[in-house]
Design a binder for this molecule. Structure first.
Ligand code: BES
Ligand code: ZN
Length: 636
């Protein structure tokens, strides 16, 4: 690890936290960039999902020096934390989950007393360290083989089948299973890392890739170094390691993937540079340097994860026709909403995901036109309506600011779709130009800082509404943010958006043939509208006709295949079972896996006799995020 020179450390300890006097040039630049982000002290910004007490003592910088052991499924070494404590505060509380801590010392190597508290199944255990005046502490530790943030893939679980693979997933509160720090989105930290992996693997992380090709490590393996000089929420520290190739996409973007996947990935992602340009034009400069992506092996439990400078992506978005790149627009948009301005606590995750879903749609409109964007927005509206149906039209779970919300992010139909609709409604009422100017300035004002619903409302009132009573009344802000249900001013999608599809649905429901010719010309959004608009109960011959005419079981598009399998399995349509089994054994994306198991489980012995043996085979291939959710279903 590039440890700071001793002279500089002494200096840093002697002067203010920013350490901005007479510092060697290089370090000066880094230190100046590493501004310490504030901690919010309002009650609604208190994180109940972390043991940290940041108003007493908080971490400002994390330096990792770790080695990955694929045989033991452990990553271990040291985490060196820079700490700021209030005068008189003697200890710092960190988060940890399953970590085996062998020692904690100060910078000089003097042991510091520390204690691991009682463990909670979700939150893990607090690690309390007596500071004894130390401003920098070092934790010697290894992660447990079942660390929830990490998935260790066997060579068989990769496309190349030759080398193992490792990736991490931090959001929401999983990073404490491999990094002993304060794991709370309101406690922003800069970080650096040195990661050793066995030859010939490559490691990549969600920060500047300082040694892209790595360097020989003492004791074998290759070491890769990284740094993030902007303070980020700790859930955004991410690592992947494996047989990873790289292909450039544009001057500041590229894609990493296994060699077998990288060409297809690059082809699907050709529009990335245009997306970055469009996003900047909308809401201001991209502040993270490079925007690269990594297409992970299919076990990755999410569609995408917005790790800064390095979005993580599922390979299930590779449809061959770029029809699912809304995912990329989404993760890119998080570079503003989420990564620049971050929910301080998880009950406000709509500030990340709702803003991002809105922004995603604006990027899609800029690149592909209002037609496609309007269709995608209408699908999002329908997802929101389904959430209201499922939860109850005025259930507490339909609030955007949801104090009971779990770290899983609540119902996506609320957090993502109702959240996006709120912004769309504000845009419509205030006018696009005025709204965009406000949103751009909001990202500027709060860059690299935490956000709450209350702060967002205060900013909106100060900088968009500015005392305009009529506008204030029209927006119904408090109802949108704090009340359940759908406010009366919600902007509804144009009912004509899917007119041809809706006509085809009426025809089919009336006994007509499956619309094979139309289908061939439809976009993915139209196909999804059609499949999801079909009656949930269909006789076998009608299912067979749909399958034959529209080639559904053989679809290459994971979203289309998923929508079809949901319908087919709910109707116990036997010919789709082998495809469902193949699909569930081929990827571990929770969005697809969980509902399909749920559907099978709901079909009594017909479905359960398929689900049980399938689960036995598939389970070892799934990430803990996915297997945890399926387990919940199969308990019931
Ligand atoms: N940040 C989320 C993924 C996430 C959410 C991880 C909650 C852990 C807890 C990411 O940006 C996301 O929203 N992904 C979506 C894609 C999208 C296009 C809606 C997904 O994974 O499906
Ligand atoms: Zn998101």
């Amino acid at each position: 690890m590039r440890l700071l020179p001793a002279a500089f450390l002494a200096l840093l300890a002697a002067c203010s936290p920013a350490g901005d006097q007479a510092v060697p040039k290089q370090e000066e630049a880094a230190a100046a960039e590493r501004r310490v982000a504030p901690i919010l002290d309002s009650p609604d910004a208190r994180d109940t999902h972390s043991y940290a007490r940041p108003l007493e003592a908080r971490v400002t910088h994390v330096a990792l020096d770790l080695k990955a052991d694929f045989a033991a499924k452990r990553i271990g070494g040291t985490a060196t934390l820079d700490v700021q404590a209030k005068p008189g505060v003697k200890a710092i509380v960190l988060d940890s989950k399953g970590l085996e801590v062998s020692a904690v010392t100060d910078e000089a190597g003097k042991p510091l007393p520390h204690a691991l508290g009682e463990a909670d199944p979700d939150l893990g255990a607090p690690l309390t360290v007596d500071l004894n005046g130390a401003k920098r502490i070092r934790i010697f530790y290894t992660s447990a083989p079942d660390a929830e943030a990490l998935q260790w893939l066997t060579p068989e679980q990769t496309a190349g089948k030759k080398h193992p693979f490792l990736f991490s997933q931090g959001q929401a509160i999983l990073n404490r299973s491999w990094i002993p720090t304060q794991d709370s989105p309101g406690i922003r930290q800069t970080w650096e890392a040195r990661i050793v992996v066995p030859e010939p693997l490559r490691a990549v992380m969600s920060g500047e890739r300082v040694t892209p090709e790595g360097e020989p490590a003492e004791g074998g393996g290759r070491a890769f170094r990284f740094r993030m000089n902007h303070p980020v929420a700790p859930y955004l520290i991410a690592l992947a390691a494996g047989d990873i190739a790289f292909q450039e996409l544009g001057p500041r973007s590229g894609v990493y993937a296994e060699p077998a996947t990288v060409k297809a990935a690059a082809a699907e992602l050709v529009d990335t540079e245009k997306m970055i340009d469009a996003a900047e034009k909308l809401y201001g400069p991209y502040r993270w340097g490079r925007y690269d992506m990594i297409v992970l092996p299919p076990a990755f439990p999410y569609g995408g994860m917005e790790n800064p400078t390095l979005t993580f992506l599922t390979p299930t978005f590779l449809a061959g026709d770029r029809s699912l790149v809304g995912l990329v627009a989404h993760e890119l948009a998080h570079s503003w909403s989420g990564n620049l301005v971050t929910n301080a606590v998880w009950p406000d995750s709509w500030l990340n995901e709702g803003f991002t879903s809105y922004f995603e749609n604006r990027i899609m409109e800029a690149l592909y036109g209002p037609g496609r964007a309007g269709m995608e927005a209408a699908l999002s509206f329908a997802d929101m309506e389904s959430a209201f149906t499922e939860l109850g039209a005025t259930a507490p779970g339909t609030r955007l600011h949801n104090p009971d919300e779990t770290t899983e992010g609540g119902a996506s139909g609320i957090v993502y779709d109702k959240g996006a609709l709120f912004l769309r409604t504000m845009e419509r009422i205030a006018g696009r130009e005025r709204f965009d100017a406000w949103l751009r300035s909001y990202f500027d004002r709060h860059a690299f800082q935490p956000m709450t619903s209350a702060l967002f409302l205060a900013d909106l009132r100060a900088n968009l509404i500015k005392g305009d009573k009529t506008l204030e009344q029209k927006l119904m802000l408090d109802e949108w943010v704090y009340k359940p249900g759908l406010p009366a001013n919600a902007v509804r999608p144009d009912p004509k958006t899917f007119a041809p599809v809706d006509a085809a649905l009426t025809g089919f429901k009336g006994g007509g043939a499956a619309p094979a010719q139309l289908w061939a010309r439809w976009t993915t959004a139209e196909r999804l509208r059609f499949l999801n608009g079909l009656p949930r109960e269909l006789p076998q011959p009608r299912l067979a006709e749909l399958d034959r005419s529209l080639q559904l079981t053989g679809s290459r598009n994971a979203e289309v295949l998923f929508a079809w399998l949901q319908l087919a399995l709910a109707n116990r349509y036997q010919p789709a079972v082998p495809a469902a089994e193949r699909f569930l054994l081929s990827m571990g994306r929770a969005k697809f896996v969980t509902p399909l198991f749920k559907t099978l489980w709901a079909e009594d012995e017909w479905g359960r006799s398929i689900a049980r043996p399938l689960w036995e085979r598939a389970r070892p291939t799934y990430h803990s995020v996915t297997s945890g959710r399926v387990e919940e279903i199969m308990k019931g």
